[in-house]
Design a protein around this ligand. Sequence first.
Ligand code: PEP
Ligand code: MN
Length: 337
Amino acid sequence: MIIVMEPAATQENIQNVIERVEAAGLEAILLRGESRNVIAAIGDKREQVINGWLASPGVERVIPILSPYKLASREASAGATPVRINGSVIGQQKVQVIAGPCAVEDFDSTLDTAEAVKRAGAVGLRGGAYKPRTSPHSFGGLEEEGLKILHEIGKHTGLAIVTEVLGVEHVDLVAGYADVLQVGARNMQNFMLLKALGKIGKPVLLKRGISASVDELLLAAEYIMKGGNSQVILCCRGIRTFETHTRFTLSLSTVAHLKEVTHLPVIADPSHGTGRQSLVPPMAKAAVACGADGLLIEVHPNPERALVDGQQSLTREGFTQLMKELRPVAAAVGRTI
Ligand code: PEP
Ligand code: MN
């Protein structure tokens, strides 16, 4: 951390900061400049010691040098962290695809979707049993009944089950049925939930909040990892901007950026990222081209009749076609799918 002193800072102000730095267990190096002095605090204490420095007399700015996300950062682990979901690994050469309906509606349609996406090459089945809906009057999911359907279909097809957990009180219940627990965009900073997920022995798919910065996403992952669970998959699902031609704005530069700064696997969700069926295939291809380790895609046997998010769901045929078209894209960037 670098502490920049104000031009008018006195010798006493400087000495006071040096003493505080040393009292915090860090080494203080004073760099005297033409117009102002700078104190470099060497050591890895991160944010705990940054807070409050600005209140010291004579301090103008405090600049952290190490990333605040200690566990998720590339500084912590140079190689990629592979996350296992059933027999498959996310974060290695093969791009893994998780597909399925937005919400589990009934056994038969979920099974039809699962079998089709499996045939096309998906390794995971997504589907919400507990849905975070903007309106309390909308369909909120089949709840435990939905979890049972997913679990049954997971056993039958061998697909890894990915489903959302909405609150701390449901963590054990959902973990009993699912292979991967999803934290939805609206819950990315539900810190009690993140802490609880740090204690489970299952991977967590963490979606970026619609108004969250990338650092906030990484710090949310940090909460889960700090609890002891490093099996975290980050998901770029689109953020809210001034733009209205899509439901959200899918920031793919964020996928590439995350691949630079974190060792965790990064996947993209072009369904929620665009909100439009026709835009899902091109953005899925773009995501693979820019380095995504996986895709999360909504598929429904009859999108027109879907209870949730039909407008952005592919048909089973559309999904199969997309998987075919993704293969040469993956190959072009040295990956398989
Ligand atoms: C979902 O994946 O079904 C979902 C609700 O996503 P998000 O939290 O990204 O809106
Ligand atoms: Mn959805």
